[in-house]
Design a protein around this ligand. Structure first.
Ligand code: AOF
Ligand code: ZN
Length: 360
């Protein structure tokens, strides 16, 4: 199952909004085939494992990271294929939370007399597919809030200078996240201050750029902004409100970006609406790269699922130097936003901390 999970990871960045799935076929104590879901809409992991087999799979055991599917989607049901191929035993990491499947795949296998074991490395499998689990069960994108700060909690110096807080290795990791996440979101403040490109800068031909989303209540994005220079590989969505000037919106569209007019909430773009719109448009995951104002609003609106923070061994000080989460702040500690399952790793010089927003 560890091997199957590793195989599943080879699909990272290419299967969204579908899951990452790996499969290993074992016969007489030896691995006789492997497969994984490599591409959205392509064959499922189980079918790839069958296609890669160099000897008959009859009587073999299949290890698969997700319950085999039971529905006719882009491809016929894998559970049926497993029965037809004469597999004797199926070991599954996690059940498929997709309402179209949800136990029906396991039932098909059991009805055919196949031995089924579930829950093997289940936590690892669920974590690997945290985006899929959220998206398929709610229709909303999974949102990862990423910040980078000094040891004293600053994201910029008093002068406003912010390049660079974290080191190169951490920034490389962020580019891997950009490849992995379907969309990246920033506030207009970040666009005005940094004029960022928000593309994925990694070596390799299979690298994907995230769809870039700017939250811009008044439509202030400069027409010369790098984010408005779109081509086949880069797409930009500007989320505005009725407070934006209509003519300006036409110019933004003419520059190549898509404009989404969201309702106004607390004088800003209604972020809950934007997330629902993104979900409806098949965007399963959003990497939120801030500004401190947008970060606070996103946390307050409850759209954030997970936080990743890079802590650099640097100190900047300064009362007015920005911190990762701004906004008006929460007055009472008892009302703090709580996190759970916090873990950390040392990435070269920086500390990388991950945690999940506790949801009641
Ligand atoms: C995958 N790859 O390896 C497995 C999946 O859109 P379809 O027809 O490809 O079906 C997608 C659903 O199939 C997905 O939501 C999940 O429930 C199930 N299993 N999907 O894309 C795979 N095993
Ligand atoms: Zn399938």
């Amino acid at each position: 199952m560890y091997r199957a999970l590793d195989l599943a990871k080879l699909g990272i960045g290419h299967t969204n909004p579908n899951p990452l799935v790996g499969a290993v076929i074992v016969k007489n104590g030896a691995v006789i085939s492997e497969g994984y879901h490599a591409q959205y809409g392509g064959p499922h992991a189980e079918i790839n494992a069958f296609n890669n087999a160099t000897e008959p799979v009859e009587g073999a055991t299949m290890y698969v990271t997700l319950e085999p599917c039971s529905h006719y989607g882009k491809t016929p049901p894998c559970a049926n294929a497993i029965v037809e191929r004469g597999i004797k035993k199926v070991v599954i990491a996690m059940k498929d939370p997709n309402p179209l499947v949800e136990g029906k795949g396991i039932q098909i296998l059991k009805d055919a007399g196949i031995e089924v074991i579930t829950g093997v490395l289940e936590q690892q499998a669920k974590r690997l597919n945290e985006v899929f689990v959220k998206y398929i069960t709610t229709g909303l994108p999974f949102c990862l809030l990423k910040t980078a700060m000094t040891l004293d909690g600053k994201i910029a110096a008093v002068s406003g200078e912010s390049k660079w807080i974290s080191d190169e290795i951490s920034r490389h990791y962020v580019h891997k996240l950009r490849h992995q996440y379907t969309a990246i979101m920033v506030g207009i403040g970040t666009v005005l201050a940094d004029d960022p490109l928000l593309t994925t800068r990694l070596e390799g031909s299979q690298i994907r750029n995230p769809v870039r989303i700017v939250v811009d209540t008044h439509g202030r994005i400069p027409l010369k902004a790098k984010l408005l220079q779109c081509d086949n590989h880069t797409k930009t969505i500007v989320a505005v409100t009725a407070l934006a000037d209509q003519r300006k919106l036409k110019s933004i569209e003419a520059a190549g970006a898509e404009v989404v007019v969201a309702p106004i909430k607390n004088n800003h773009v209604d972020l809950g609406y934007v997330m629902q719109w993104l979900g409806n448009n098949k965007i399963d995951s959003v990497l939120l790269e801030g500004g401190s104002t947008l970060n606070y609003a996103a946390l307050q609106e409850g759209i954030v699922d997970k936080v990743i923070t890079f802590v650099a061994p640097k100190i900047l000080g300064g009362e007015t130097a920005k911190t990762p989460i701004g906004g008006t702040g929460i007055p009472h500690i008892q009302d703090a936003i709580l996190l759970e399952n916090m873990s950390f790793v040392k990435l070269y010089n920086d500390l990388m901390i991950e945690a999940y927003i506790r949801k009641e």
